[in-house]
Design a protein around this ligand. Structure first.
Ligand SMILES: [Zn+2]
Length: 338
C-alpha cells in the first residue's frame, strides 16, 4: 500500500524561506503510479483529521520543546527558522528568511508538517495491521513523504522539525504490540536524530549507512571524533572512494545487524534518494551512486525484509532536484510487481 498526503508537498519559498527545495518529486511519483498502476495502488490521506497532534509529539520529544511548538507563536517561528537554518547565532533571522515574500504563514507550514507526519504513522500502522491479520505474509508500505531523521528529542535539526518516524512508532505502540523496531536509514546524510532517540528508547534500534564526510556539520576534534554526535546502533560510513562498494558494505552491515539485534516487529526504511549522482544538493556530493546502483540497493533491502517476513514501512527521506523521481519510480515499479 502506498500512502499520499497532499500536504506533504510544499514549496518552502511560499513561506518566505528562500531554499529552492520543491517537493515536486512527490507529484511526479504519484502521477507515474497512477498512470502505470491506476488509483487502487494509492491511498490518499485527505481528511482534515488525518494529522498529528500535540500528544503525538509529546510521547517522544521533551516537554519544553513540545510547549515551544504548540503554545508559543514566537517559539514555533523560532524553531522553524532554526530547523531551516535561517537563524543567526544572536537569534535574529538570516537573509534566507524574508517574510515579505511569504504567501502564507509559518503556522501553516507547521500544520503541513504535522499532516505529513501523519502519513508516516499511517504507513507504519498499516503494515503492523496487515501482519496481525496475515502473520505468514510479507507486508510493506510506502509513504510519499516523511523521513525527518535529523530532529532530536529537544529540538529541530537539518530541515526536520520533529521526528516523524519515532513519533509514528510511539503512537502505534499505544495500541498495537510492538516490542522492537528498526530504523534502517540509507539517506546520504547520517540519521543523527534517530541515533539520539535510540539511546532513549531501548525498543528502537538504528542502522545508518551514509557519507563518511560532510555531515553532520561541525569540526571533528583532534582525534577525529565529533563529541556532539551520538552514534547509531550501527553506523556504516562510506567514503567517496568507496562509492562502488556501497552495496557490499550495506549487505555486510545489515547481516551484522541481524546477528546482533533481536528481529523487530516492524522496520522503517528512510529511503533517501540523495546518494544518487543526479542529486543536486551540494552537501550530497560525497556519495555518487548510479541509477542502477540505487535500484540494486533498494531491491536488496526489499528482498532482505521479504525473506525475513519483517513488516516494513518506507518513507522518502532526502532527494533533491529534477532527476530524483525516477529513483523512487524504479523501486516502486519493482516492489508493486514483486
Ligand atoms: Zn539526506
Amino acid at each position: 500500500m502506498i500512502f499520499y498526503h497532499p500536504k506533504a508537498q510544499r514549496d518552502l519559498q511560499d513561506f518566505g524561506i528562500k531554499i529552492p527545495l520543491l517537493s515536486l518529486r512527490i507529484e511526479q511519483v504519484r502521477l507515474h503510479l497512477l498512470q502505470k498502476f491506476g488509483p487502487p495502488c494509492l491511498t490518499e490521506l485527505t481528511q482534515t483529521d488525518q494529522t498529528l497532534g500535540r500528544e503525538d509529539l509529546a510521547r517522544v520529544h521533551t516537554p519544553e520543546y513540545v510547549e515551544k511548538l504548540f503554545l508559543s507563536r514566537t517559539g514555533l517561528e523560532q524553531a522553524l527558522l532554526e530547523c531551516y537554518e535561517c537563524l543567526r547565532p544572536d537569534g535574529g533571522p538570516t537573509v534566507r528568511y524574508d517574510p515579505s515574500q511569504a504567501k502564507t504563514s509559518l503556522l501553516e507550514l507547521f500544520q503541513d508538517l504535522l499532516a505529513e507526519g501523519y502519513g508516516t504513522y499511517k504507513a507504519i500502522e498499516h503494515v503492523l495491521q496487515k501482519k496481525a491479520q496475515k502473520p505468514d505474509s510479507f507486508a510493506w508500505s510506502f509513504f510519499l513523504g516523511g523521513g525527518m531523521h535529523h530532529a532530536r528529542p529537544n529540538g529541530p535539526g537539518g530541515f526536520c522539525l520533529f521526528h516523524d518516524i519515532v513519533v509514528g512508532l510511539a503512537r502505534v505502540k499505544e495500541t498495537q504490540r510492538l516490542s522492537s523496531a528498526w530504523v534502517i536509514d540509507v539517506d546520504a546524510h547520517m540519521g543523527d536524530g534517530t541515533a539520539f532517540f535510540s539511546k532513549i528508547f531501548p525498543w528502537l534500534k538504528s542502522l545508518s549507512i551514509h557519507m563518511e564526510n560532510g555531515w553532520p556539520l561541525g569540526v571533528p576534534d583532534q582525534d577525529g571524533a565529533r563529541p556532539h554526535i551520538i552514534p547509531s546502533t550501527l553506523d556504516i560510513p562510506v567514503s567517496y572512494q568507496d562509492s562502488r562498494k556501497y552495496l557490499a558494505l550495506l549487505r555486510a552491515g545489515l547481516e551484522q545487524f541481524k546477528r546482533q539485534e533481536i528481529l523487530p516487529d516492524v522496520a522503517v526504511v528512510v529511503l533517501g534518494a540523495d546518494p544518487f549522482l543526479g542529486d543536486v544538493l551540494q552537501s550530497t556530493r560525497h556519495l555518487q551512486l548510479t541509477k542502477a546502483e540505487m535500484l540494486a540497493r533498494d531491491q536488496f533491502l526489499f528482498n532482505f525484509f521479504k525473506e525475513l517476513q519483517i513488516p516494513v514501512a518506507y518513507v522518502m527521506g532526502g532527494g533533491y532536484g529534477p532527476h530524483i523521481a525516477p529513483i523512487y519510480e524504479q523501486f516502486l515499479d519493482f516492489a508493486l510487481l514483486s
